[in-house]
Design a protein. Structure first.
Length: 137
C-alpha cells in the first residue's frame, strides 16, 4: 500500500514541477514541488537543505498549496492516498494521530474530497499506478 502512496506522491510532484517551471528555474520548481508534496502529506522534509528551503519559501509553498483545491484530479488522489495511510496506521497501530491530522489538514485546505468511498487496496494501487503514469482515471 505504501508503494501506491509513493506513486501518488511522485505523480503530484511531476505535475507540480512541470507547472512551476513556467515561473521558476527547474531546480526551484523541483524544490517547491517537493515541499508542496511534503505539506500535502503532512511530512517533514528529510535533510537540512529541504527543510531550509521550506522555511525560507513557506509563503510560496502555501500559495501553491492553496491552488491544489482547483485541481480535482490531485484532490481525488491525495484524498485517497491519505485515507489509505490512515487505514494502514490503524492496522499497524502506529502514527494514527499523525495520519488523522494529515486528513484534517486536507480538509482545512479545501482539498479533501468528502463522501467518497475508500478504495480497496487493489483499486487504490491501480488508481495510483495510472495517476503516476499520467493517465486520466
Amino acid at each position: 500500500m505504501l508503494a501506491g502512496v509513493d506513486m501518488v506522491k511522485m505523480g503530484i510532484f511531476t505535475r507540480l514541477a512541470q507547472r512551476l517551471q513556467a515561473q521558476h528555474t527547474e531546480r526551484t520548481a523541483d524544490l517547491l514541488a517537493a515541499a508542496v508534496v511534503h505539506e500535502l502529506f503532512s511530512e517533514i522534509p528529510s535533510g537540512s537543505p529541504a527543510q531550509d528551503f521550506l522555511k525560507s519559501n513557506y509563503e510560496i509553498v502555501e500559495r501553491e498549496l492553496s491552488k491544489i483545491k482547483d485541481d480535482s484530479e490531485i484532490c481525488r488522489v491525495v484524498t485517497q492516498a491519505v485515507r489509505m495511510k490512515v487505514l494502514m496506521s490503524y492496522e499497524q497501530r502506529e502514527n494514527v494521530e499523525e495520519s488523522l491530522a494529515a486528513l484534517e489538514k486536507l480538509k482545512k485546505l479545501g482539498i479533501l474530497v468528502p463522501d467518497v468511498e475508500t478504495p480497496t487496496p487493489s483499486t487504490f494501487l491501480s488508481m495510483a499506478r495510472e495517476f503516476r503514469q499520467g493517465q486520466d482515471t
